[in-house]
Design a protein around this ligand. Structure first.
Ligand SMILES: *[C@@H]1O[C@H](CO)[C@@H](O)[C@H](O)[C@H]1NC(C)=O
Ligand SMILES: *[C@@H]1O[C@H](CO)[C@@H](O)[C@H](O)[C@H]1NC(C)=O
Ligand SMILES: *[C@@H]1O[C@H](CO)[C@@H](O)[C@H](O)[C@H]1NC(C)=O
Length: 340
């Protein structure tokens, strides 16, 4: 399989570490522009998560490599007839807390690993009633075919790696209890600036991908190899015909999915409402988890979990226009099924 890495936009923009000015926020121009539009369907604002950061620092977080590498089979699913107007996987599978948990990828372009690990964790709970969280850290450190760890990767390769090699359990960085209850918790801190003493501001420089080790965190007693969890199958969803309904059917039947889209310079300022692009400057490709849909003030939307901390956006989530392949959100959908 040929690995075609076209251009790592986010990675290239990363080399720009100047002075940290904690009193400034990036994207002020975009915030003013969006909020001045009379018919905007969403509200923009400053994000504490990005305080003191530059626009280039934010671009680093968009770690989906702009290239074509799809080792997965394309799966067509017969669409359901009665698709409801609204659906929220958190309500449908209320016994599964991972579905509504927002994570933080830190100053690292590992979104491709988060979108995958989050949807995989949800699916162990949904299909096998297993309470475990898949480690985004293990995926970004150990999957070589996935790309470049913190400098970007391929969502499809992450799902492929799950079925081939397995991924160990993990958890949030700040949860000290996770450190002995899971194999590889996330090694990089969340980025929060506003609560003094809680978390340090993230370094402006992109984090170095930690080395892959086949060992678990000290205090966790299961050996690494025995802690690996596999997928039975993974796939890219066929969205060429009835794409929207196919995505809806997949989510309703099997659980949340990973999606990739292009982040434009107005997106990082999202606070509430249904996002539509108003900027022409792409920052890079980004991966997220779609967990539902609905309609707000007449605008159909996808309900999406980001991995930029619960401070970002609407408690870490955002809504994006549904049915128009907004920023490519409906064209790169990956998922799979867990193996017991
Ligand atoms: C998995 O993550 C969820 C949500 O963060 C948490 O509630 C749960 O305790 C975790 N499960 C394990 C086994 O660590
Ligand atoms: C899932 O597991 C929990 C505890 O292990 C159990 O109480 C519950 O009945 C199970 N639910 C399903 C749907 O199997
Ligand atoms: C990805 O590459 C395509 C074709 O080379 C280009 O048109 C597009 O703008 C790129 N996307 C980003 C986010 O840079």
């Amino acid at each position: 399989m040929k690995l075609t890495v076209l251009l790592l936009v986010c990675g290239l923009l990363a080399i720009n570490a100047a002075n940290i000015n904690l009193d400034t926020y990036p994207f002020e121009k975009e915030i003013a522009m969006v909020n001045s539009l009379p018919d905007a369907t969403w509200t923009a604002g400053r994000q504490e998560r990005f305080k003191g950061m530059t626009e280039e620092d934010v671009a680093v977080l968009c770690g989906v490599i702009n290239g074509t590498y799809n080792p997965l089979p394309i799966m067509s699913i017969p669409v359901l007839k009665d698709i409801p107007a609204e659906f929220d996987a958190r309500t449908k599978w209320a016994r599964c807390p991972s579905i509504g948990t927002i994570q933080d990828q830190s100053n690292c372009g590992s979104c491709w690993a988060f979108g995958a690990a989050e949807a995989m964790s949800d699916r162990y709970c949904i299909h096998l009633n297993m309470s475990l969280n898949i480690s985004a850290a293990d995926l970004m450190e150990c999957c070589e075919s996935c790309g470049n760890g913190c400098e970007g990767g391929f969502p499809e390769a992450a799902w492929n790696y799950w079925t081939r090699s397995g991924i160990c359990t993990g958890g949030l960085y700040e949860k000290s209890e996770d450190k002995s209850s899971t194999c590889k918790p996330y090694p990089l801190p969340s980025c929060e600036h506003h609560i003094v003493g809680k978390e340090p501001p993230c370094s402006k420089k992109i984090a170095k991908t930690p080395e892959c080790t086949q060992t678990c965190h000290k205090g966790y007693t299961t050996p690494y190899k025995q802690d690996l969890h596999y997928g039975s199958v993974s796939y890219s969803l066929d969205v060429s015909v009835n794409g929207v309904q196919s995505i809806q059917t997949e989510i309703m039947t099997n659980g949340p999915v990973e999606a990739a889209f292009t982040v434009y310079s107005d997106f990082p300022t999202y606070k509430s409402g249904v996002y539509k692009r108003h900027s022409l400057d792409p920052l890079g490709g980004h991966a997220v988890k779609i967990l539902g849909w609905g309609v707000l003030n007449g605008e159909p939307y996808w309900l999406v979990a980001n991995s930029w901390n619960p401070d970002w956006g609407n408690k870490g989530f955002f809504l994006i226009l549904r049915g128009h392949n907004e920023c490519g959100i409906e064209e790169q959908i990956t998922a799979g099924m867990p193996k017991n």
